[in-house]
Design a protein around this ligand. Sequence first.
Ligand SMILES: NC(=O)c1ccc[n+]([C@@H]2O[C@H](COP(=O)([O-])OP(=O)(O)OC[C@H]3O[C@@H](n4cnc5c(N)ncnc54)[C@H](OP(=O)(O)O)[C@@H]3O)[C@@H](O)[C@H]2O)c1
Length: 320
Amino acid sequence: MGEHSRRVCVTGAGGFVASWLIKLLLPDAYHVHGTLRNPEDDKNAHLKKLDNSPEKLKLFKADLLDFDSILAAIKGCEGVFHVASPVPPSSVLNPEVEVVEPALKGTLNVLKACSEAQVKRVVIVSSVAAIAMKPDWPKDQVMDETCWSDTEYCKKNNHWYCFSKTVAEAEALEYAKKNGLDVVTLCPTLVLGPMLQHTTNSSSLALVKLLKEGYEVLENNIREIVDVRDVAEALKLLYKKPEAEGRYVCTAHMVESRDLVEILREIYPNYNYPKSFKEGAEISKVSSEKLQRLGWKYRPLKETLVDSVESYKRAAHLDS
Ligand SMILES: NC(=O)c1ccc[n+]([C@@H]2O[C@H](COP(=O)([O-])OP(=O)(O)OC[C@H]3O[C@@H](n4cnc5c(N)ncnc54)[C@H](OP(=O)(O)O)[C@@H]3O)[C@@H](O)[C@H]2O)c1
């Protein structure tokens, strides 16, 4: 494959997942076009320090809602990883504008630009949020790629992030079918692991809070966790394997919050952990069998947790 054919675009390059994906692509003979809303922002400085970055990473100023800016970044690329999407840490004032529109219209802008630029494959980061928000699914039945979140339920209960990911993924697959574009989607569960960027993203913040917030009572919810480095590997795998098609769940470990705290406490006894737990909601297991059949592997939970905490320590996120 020539140099040109290995040129790929990664949207939202400075984010938690995208930064790891770019770190993985650069040493592997890929040239990367990364899109950023503000390339000058100090929060994206880490990208310039990645190995091979000066020669192989080109940054483009682009907003998902500005078609021309997206097209400029995608032109000349053989493949596109659409990673950018708003991931709000909590509720937002105007969900339609802040979450739904960038996710849905943003994804369609990326796909239209891919058609125009004759991109060969698009890998989209969706989420378990597009799978699991389905209250009538039997709790003892495993969820897989056939399961879609209930958009009416999401809307009624203000689960706007879940709504945005569900409609964006469904529309993307529909667009692919109608327009003959090769689109594959990955649906990760809660992504943890070391951060390359120095600002905290929403999922890392959940673990930071578990370590330092000192909750009086926390719901003992079940968390389905996957390492950011394994997510990046999965995205690369979906790009490289010609037989990859449709959706792929990406998850590794299922653990109750209480047990998660116990694992952490054993290694790091001195943080301000939750003081007690109350009954959490029951959830169905989600399965990554389809992704594993493609050759995907994941690392042990302890490794993810230790590397996460060490990265938070380096960035002073655990200082009180
Ligand atoms: N972390 C998880 O647990 C998890 C789980 C499942 C799926 N995902 C998915 O993984 C992807 C990456 O998430 P992340 O965890 O890496 O979060 P993140 O660090 O917050 O990254 C999100 C990225 O999206 C970009 N973005 C948001 N709105 C945009 C817009 N209008 N135009 C251009 N870029 C925009 C952000 O750019 P700015 O920096 O300019 O805001 C940021 O780079 C998302 O699609 C998310 O839904 C994440």
